[in-house]
Design a protein around this ligand. Structure first.
Ligand SMILES: *Cc1c(COP(=O)(O)O)cnc(C)c1O
Length: 409
């Protein structure tokens, strides 16, 4: 079978050629990993770095998280795991869904830990492991109510039996994924308890058959924060590693969990999205800048043009929802529709804004700040989608907080 050709790769983004960038603060990653590791101890911390580390850059985030106290990494795709190995990272890497049969050879070659939940998946992996004469640790996933991926509880014994019957496979983990875990409603708590109960039933019946995995796990960030009984042997934290709460109301639960673990402090946001004003023009009152002429200027205003648009992950809806940006430490409204490559900002009359000024779309400037959750509210989504939505055309500049000023282009 010939594979269809893949279209060409996009050009390498360069902040020196177009001043728009994501700053990724590795000191914040280390801090968050340490905070979470202490909070969940003696459970171990697996950090989820799928989707290029939720848009932050998987390799740099992984290294910093491991330095901060994480012991596992998790990805969604085999190619994401391969990228970590090619970056020289040797920590255990869990692939969160069962890889396709055609991907199993690479799973083995790169020493990834696959998730399995079908007989055909076990067979495909066992063949490749035997061919490579390698031993492969596997985690078996059970569906306890999310109804996405994972084996039905009544099928788990057969799948685990096939794993242990394959001389090259080792039954390293048993896990599930929580469907509602942000702790915001009583019925959510009840369903989380139901899922944990179903996982425990499976674990117990496997144990009765002499099948005991080294690690049992269930919690994502919300589970780790709001449901201590979900922590088990390992927690899989994504969003919290990046300094964002899984739900906007989880601040008190986080503070309580950190204190209960003997720690102190808060999560620190890792990412900020910044650019520089490329051009400033003076526009008369009543003029309507940008596509569709949807924003009548209330006064004669300086309109700042900023070279970042919806092709970079600033959605068109950001204008409709009343989104703002920071320039000169002040909030400023968009002056019309977000375009593909640029936004327009109403800086008001007599503004002291000039080309080259820094614009903050997400992050802090002076006393003001705009969070990913604020974007989520404007856009009627969640912070996860905001940070994952920042496009590959925007360069990721890795900094440590202490060097932030020096590193900005
Ligand atoms: C993405 C994912 C996580 C991480 O979830 P967060 O809410 O970001 O902590 C954990 N487990 C699985 C199976 C996932 O797919």
């Amino acid at each position: 079978m010939t594979e269809p050709a893949v279209t060409g790769a996009p050009p390498t983004p360069r902040a020196d050629l177009r001043p728009a960038w994501v700053a990724v603060d590795l000191a914040a990653v280390r801090h968050n990993a340490a905070l979470l590791a202490q909070m969940v101890a003696p459970s171990r911390l697996c950090v989820v770095v799928k989707a290029d580390g939720y848009g932050h850059g998987a390799a740099a985030v992984s290294r910093a998280a491991l330095e901060g106290g994480a012991s596992w990494l998790a990805v969604a795709l085999v190619e994401e795991g391969i990228a970590l190995r090619q970056a020289g990272i040797s920590a255990p890497v869990l692939v969160l869904s069962e890889p396709p049969a055609d991907a199993m050879a690479e799973v083995v070659a790169h020493g990834l830990v696959p998730t399995l939940y079908t007989r055909s998946g076990v067979r495909a992996l066992a063949e490749e492991a035997a061919a490579a004469a390698s031993t492969v640790a596997v985690h078996v996933k059970v569906d306890t109510g999310m109804h996405r991926v994972g084996a039905d509880p009544q099928d788990v014994a057969e799948i685990v039996g096939a794993v242990v019957a394959a001389p090259q496979l080792r039954f390293d983990g048993l896990y599930t994924h929580l469907a509602v875990a942000d702790g915001s409603a009583t019925e959510d708590d009840d369903f989380t308890a139901t899922q944990l109960g179903r996982l425990e039933d499976v674990r117990r019946s496997l144990a009765a058959a002499g099948l005991t995995p080294r690690l049992v796990h269930a919690a994502n960030s919300a589970g780790a924060i709001a449901h201590p009984s979900a922590r088990l042997d390992l927690v899989r934290c994504g969003i919290a590693l990046y300094g964002l709460l899984p739900g906007p109301g989880l601040g008190p639960a986080l503070a309580a969990a950190v204190a209960a673990g003997g720690g102190h402090g808060e999560l620190r946001p890792v990412l900020s999205l910044r650019a520089r004003v490329s051009f400033v023009r003076n526009v008369d009152e009543g003029e309507r800048p940008s596509y569709g002429r949807r924003y009548p200027l209330p006064e004669p205003s300086a309109v700042a043009i900023v070279p970042i648009g919806y092709a970079d992950g600033v959605p068109r809806r950001y204008f409709d929802g009343g989104g703002t940006v920071l320039i000169g430490g002040r909030r400023r409204p968009l002056a019309g529709t977000v375009t593909m490559d640029q936004i327009l900002v109403d800086c008001g009359p007599a503004a002291d804004v000039v080309a080259g000024d820094e614009v903050v779309l997400i992050g802090a400037q002076g006393e003001e700040s705009i969070s990913a959750w604020e974007w989520a509210k404007v856009l009627d989504t969640i912070a996860y989608e905001v940070v994952c939505g920042i496009g590959p055309r925007v360069p990721r500049l890795v900094i440590d907080a202490e060097q932030a000023a020096a590193a900005a282009p």
